[in-house]
Design a protein around this ligand. Sequence first.
Ligand code: NAD
Length: 359
Amino acid sequence: MANNRLIAILPGDGIGPEVTEQAVRVIECINATHDTGFEIKTEPVGGAAYDIHGTPLPDCTLDLAKSADAILLGAVGGPKWEAIQRQHRPERALLGLRSALELFSNLRPAVLFPELAAASTLKPEVVSGLDIMIVRELTGGIYFGGPRGIEGETGSRKGFNTLVYTEPEIERIAHSAFKIAMQRNKRLCSVDKANVLEVSELWREVVSAIGQSYPEVELSHMYVDNACMQLVRAPKQFDVIVTTNMFGDIVSDAASMLTGSIGMLPSASLNSQGKGMYEPVHGSAPDIAGQGIANPLATILSVAMMLRSTFEESDLAAKIESAVRSALADGLRTADIVSEGETAVSTQAMGDAVIERIG
Ligand code: NAD
């Protein structure tokens, strides 16, 4: 038996528990077939935690997240908790986890499985075979900079935020992106607004300097407005994109929609030791929660990212990804990705299909 490697499972709200249940079955299957020694512990997060503990991120959950090697989170939020005070809202748990664990590097792949090319709003020839990795800085920039606020008298108030990045913050996200580019097609595009913003000028200078340590990676720079245009014009020109917190927020959502199916997209948020929180890009989908029809593939693919990035088990990660691909190739579809004339399978049946193909 390999050493225990602790995975914290935080199912959360809405469809979160339904999709994480299938992902846990996948981890258990990997454990049973490959003697990987993954240990699983579960705690509530978000609205589910608020209902029990009066806070969306109780100590038991934060302690487990800190002691685990990796975290798998379902989704948080829902109408039930919308009226409660801002500091108790389920979404606060995500910010709390990101800052407590210093998860500064957010990885959002946008991969289009050939079988789902018709699901994209773009022409199949523009998107088929799409495989982009967006690396977004997650703990700095305008979302966290100070001073910030709204002040003054009604009628002449001003609202303000501060966009700030230090050299060390840029250096660490640049290293993270170059390392990912090294494992892929060795092309990195840094997205900024250096024609207008001084902070972007510094960003560009520091990313270029870090690039000297990665001579095999072809580095390019692009203004964010052009990057958005290129993403819908010719997205396959990109391999890895690195950018700031706010630009990444916007660019990664645009890129994820190229694939047309939010139920398919995993994500990872990593710290400098490679510890990570892995979660589907989608939310808690209250409109379909409890019906057993949610697509579990984004969460299952998040497990594959976990195996690759935190546990350095690339072969096992590839095994999960190829099981997903094979299930799709064999025509299995949940309701969100089903085409006319096809029959949708349940969350559980999709989990079964992936597990069968791993085994
Ligand atoms: P959402 O992603 O939950 O849902 C958007 C649409 O996509 C819905 O129609 C939903 O049914 C569908 N969908 C999402 N995931 C799916 C899946 N796996 N399978 C099939 N269909 C799926 O976004 P929303 O409706 O804007 O937000 C709902 C709640 O989720 C809100 O409370 C929001 O704050 C929260 N949220 C949480 C996270 C997170 O936990 N990381 C992210 C986004 C939104």
